[in-house]
Design a protein around this ligand. Structure first.
Ligand code: HBI
Ligand code: FE
Length: 279
């Protein structure tokens, strides 16, 4: 496994935009078996936990077919729904490359899968995290718009030197977001839905805070990348999330953030609207 460093130039065999051929034929039987094991385990526990849009995406993209999906086939189905395509990359790509792909409705997905001994945690996003975790949501038109808006915002944030603030928005929504539905809180963050333990912990465990989403609050809040989250943010709808991103002029938001101190992942403020206060 290569370390979690981001190369300055595209690795051997990658294009200038860091994409590589998925080369679906290169996967071995063990790779497909790992996908099937992860898929079976997660899809058994997501009904009643994942949000409606996620479950719909899983269904309409026919991701339950055995084996690692072929990105070309997947992109045809996804493209017809929301104009998004799935392109293969060898691992984490530099932020500005990542944002440019999102801004052009291309989702970058790792072309490798974790080893059987890494079933429960790996550092870099592999094809299971990216395709099982992120792609079903891209079949939802409103979320598809949000992801493109995020990419465009990311490119703009580079001019303000505010990437790390905007990365928190990605972290607390796209990776670890919760949404309020009639049946209760539901998962939509890819990091949660693709995780065996966290897809239970994020909804059931009393220890994390569950706080109503607020753009500035999220962009002030630091996060940890190596453990379950200490706080989850809850959006009322994807329309609200899209609105908060496309209708906001981020210049004053970045200016305001300069005057507000960062918050620890487990912080709770008096003005927070809490669904649950963590233990
Ligand atoms: N690269 N391949 C890949 N996948 C990601 O999710 C990703 C990335 N580079 C940067 C990144 N995510 C985050 O820093 C975003 O917040 C920008
Ligand atoms: Fe991810």
């Amino acid at each position: 496994m290569e370390s979690l460093h981001i190369h300055e130039t595209p690795p051997e065999g990658a294009a200038a935009d860091w994409t590589v051929p998925q080369d679906w034929a290169h996967y071995g039987a063990e790779d497909h078996r790992t996908w099937d094991r992860l898929f079976a385990r997660q899809s058994a526990q997501l009904p009643g936990r994942a949000c409606e849009a996620y479950l719909r995406g899983l269904d309409v993209l026919r991701l339950s077919r055995p084996g690692i999906p072929d990105f070309a086939e997947l992109s045809e189905r996804l493209g017809a729904l929301t104009g998004w395509s799935v392109v293969a990359v060898p691992g984490l790509v530099p932020d500005e490359v990542f944002f440019d792909h999102l801004a052009n409705r291309r989702f970058v997905a790792g072309n490798f899968i974790r080893r059987p001994d890494q079933l429960d945690y790996l550092q870099e996003p592999d094809v299971f995290h990216d395709v099982f975790g992120h792609v079903p949501m891209l079949a939802d038109p409103v979320y598809a718009d949000y992801m493109q808006a995020y990419g465009k915002g990311g490119l703009r944030s580079l001019q303000f030197g505010a990437l790390h603030k905007l990365a928190r928005l990605y972290w607390y929504t796209v990776e670890f977001g919760l949404i309020e539905e009639t049946g209760g809180l539901r998962l939509f963050g890819a990091g949660i839905v693709s995780s065996h333990g966290e897809s239970l912990f994020a909804l059931d465990d009393p220890s994390p805070n569950r706080i109503a989403f607020d753009l500035l609050r999220v962009m002030r809040t630091d996060y940890r990348i190596d453990d379950y989250q200490q706080s989850y943010f809850v959006i009322p709808s994807f329309e609200a999330l899209l609105k908060a991103t496309v209708e906001t002029d981020f210049a004053p938001v970045y200016a305001a953030l300069e005057t507000l101190e960062d918050l620890a992942p487990d912080a709770v403020l008096a003005e927070d609207r809490l669904f649950t206060r963590g233990t």
